[in-house]
Write a protein of this length. Sequence first.
Length: 193
Amino acid sequence: MKRLFCTAAVLASSVGITPSALAADASPVGDWLVKDGYADIRIDICAGKLWGIVAWEKRPGLDDANPDPAKRTRPTLGMPIIMGFTPTKPNRWEGEIYNSENGKMYTANVSMADDNTLDLEGCLVWPLCQTQKWTRVSGPPPGALPLPPIKGTPTPPAKQIATKKGATPAPSDTCLRIVDEAAAQEKANATKK
């Protein structure tokens, strides 16, 4: 069984680029088919940073190479891999990516080649870097397995209720999964102390 090998970028720190300055650029928010077509990564902005989860995979797998034994049985479907990228300049976000094939984090950056092509560059150590081109898709393919439920979150209604004008929209599924992951990590860290 081929394991999911994904790279995701975490941007180190903002250098004063405002969201309005980045709005003129193509947006990385959306679903992206990875280079070899074995996974769909859903990217969203959560708390001002880019995050991404595995939204679909050709062959479901487990995060069994994770250095944290408690995470080795979690499914890769729904798992965060793009871990809080921040903008460093127009059309560039930097940080780290998680590779579930070996359980390691790598320095990476993403930029938009055009509206439908995302360039993801991952580096073992600079200058040992490799770029992948991801293609924008409308979502997982028909008949794809649904994302696993988020612990402690009620199942969303079948139809979304329209948000009242001026009201804050509900967080996306991606952002809810990131919050869930952060809470689980915080709990794990607290029990280690």
